[in-house]
Design a protein around this ligand. Structure first.
Ligand code: SAH
Length: 275
C-alpha cells in the first residue's frame, strides 16, 4: 500500500470516520452514469480503482488524489480505501458497470468482514449502483433480458471450472436467458467454446446470441448471431455475451439490422405462433 501521509494531510486523531463510496461508472460514457455516482466522484478527495476506470471516471480537480492500480489487487484496494476513510477522508472506489456485479462492492465487504481494525466498521459505506454490462448490451440489442435471466462469469480465477459447467448446464435446462461476463482471455482460451457446446446440448442452434463489445465506449460493436454459428474467436474480454432462451426472438429492422427480444410471457410451448 502507498503511504498516505503528506505535508497537507489532516491528522487522523479525533476525526470522524470518512465516507467510502463504492461507485459504479456504468458501461463507459458519462451519460450512462447515475447522478449519485457523479455526485460521489465530486465529493471524494481520493479516487481508487483500476487505472483504466479511474481515467474513465474523470476528469478530476487538482485537489483530488487519484490512486490507479493494477486490475488484480481488489482486496489491497479495498484495504487502502478503508485505511483512508478510517482517517476521516472521503474516498470513492470505482468499478465499471455496477460495483455489485463481479466487482469492487464484494471486495470491499470481504475486506470489512475480515477487518481487524475497528475503525473500518465506523466508516460510512455507500454503494452507488451503475448500469451493468448485460443491461448496456441489452439496450443496444432490444430487450433480450425481458424475461427471467441469469448472469454467469466464465472466469475460473475465483471458482472451480466444474461449478461453472454445472451452472451453465442447469441454467440452460431451466431455459434462462444467460449473460456471460469475462467470457475469454489468453489464460482461458478454451472455456468459452466449451460453454457454447454445453448450451447446445439443451438449446437449439438457431438460439440468438448477442456479442456486445466495448458498449458505450469508443469502437463499440454489436453482433447478433446464433448459438450454432458463434465462434469464440469473435469474442474477447471486452465483450459481454447474451445467449437467448427458447423464447428469444428477432425482428427485422428497417435499417437492415435486427431487434432481439424475449417476450414477457412464457408458456410450456413458448412460441406464440405455435401455441
Ligand atoms: N462490474 C462490471 C463487470 C465486471 S466483469 C459490470 O457490472 O458491468 C468484466 C466483464 O464485464 C468483461 O469481461 C465483459 O464481459 C463485461 N463488460 C464490462 N464493460 C463492458 C462494456 N462496456 N461492453 C461490453 N462488455 C463489458
Amino acid at each position: 500500500m502507498e503511504p498516505e501521509s503528506g505535508p497537507d494531510s489532516p491528522s487522523s486523531a479525533g476525526k470522524r470516520a470518512g465516507r467510502l463510496y463504492v461507485v459504479g461508472l456504468g458501461p463507459g460514457s458519462r451519460d450512462l452514469m447515475v447522478p449519485a455516482a457523479r455526485d460521489a466522484l465530486e465529493k471524494a478527495s481520493h479516487i481508487i480503482g483500476y487505472e483504466t476506470y479511474v481515467r474513465l471516471a474523470g476528469p478530476f480537480r487538482s485537489d483530488q488524489q487519484l490512486h490507479g492500480s493494477d486490475n488484480r489487487v481488489e482486496l489491497d484496494r479495498a484495504a487502502h480505501a478503508f485505511a483512508l476513510a478510517a482517517q476521516g477522508e472521503d474516498v470513492a472506489i470505482v468499478s465499471s458497470g455496477d460495483p455489485g456485479v463481479f466487482a469492487m462492492a464484494s471486495a470491499v465487504l470481504e475486506a470489512l468482514d475480515n477487518a481487524t481494525d475497528d475503525r473500518w466498521r465506523r466508516v460510512d459505506l455507500v454503494i452507488v449502483p451503475g448500469v451493468t454490462a448485460a443491461q448496456s448490451v441489452a439496450m443496444r440489442a432490444g430487450a433480450p433480458l425481458g424475461h427471467d435471466f441469469c448472469i454467469i462469469s466464465l472466469s475460473d480465477n475465483l471458482k472451480p471450472w466444474e461449478v461453472i459447467e454445472k451452472r451453465l448446464s442447469l441454467a440452460a435446462q431451466a431455459d434462462f436467458v444467460i449473460g456471460l461476463y469475462n467470457p475469454i482471455s489468453k489464460a482461458r482460451p478454451w472455456q468459452l467454446g466449451r460453454a457454447f457446446q454445453l448450451l447446445l446440448e439443451t438449446r437449439a442452434p438457431q438460439t440468438p446470441v448477442i456479442l456486445g463489445r466495448d458498449i458505450d465506449r469508443d469502437g463499440e460493436t454489436l453482433t447478433v448471431t446464433s448459438l450454432g454459428e458463434v465462434h469464440p474467436k469473435q469474442v474477447d474480454m471486452r465483450t459481454c455475451v447474451i445467449v437467448g432462451s427458447s423464447a428469444t426472438r428477432l425482428i427485422k429492422r428497417a435499417d437492415g439490422g435486427v431487434w432481439v427480444y424475449t417476450p414477457r410471457f412464457y408458456s410450456l410451448n413458448p412460441d406464440p405462433h405455435q401455441g
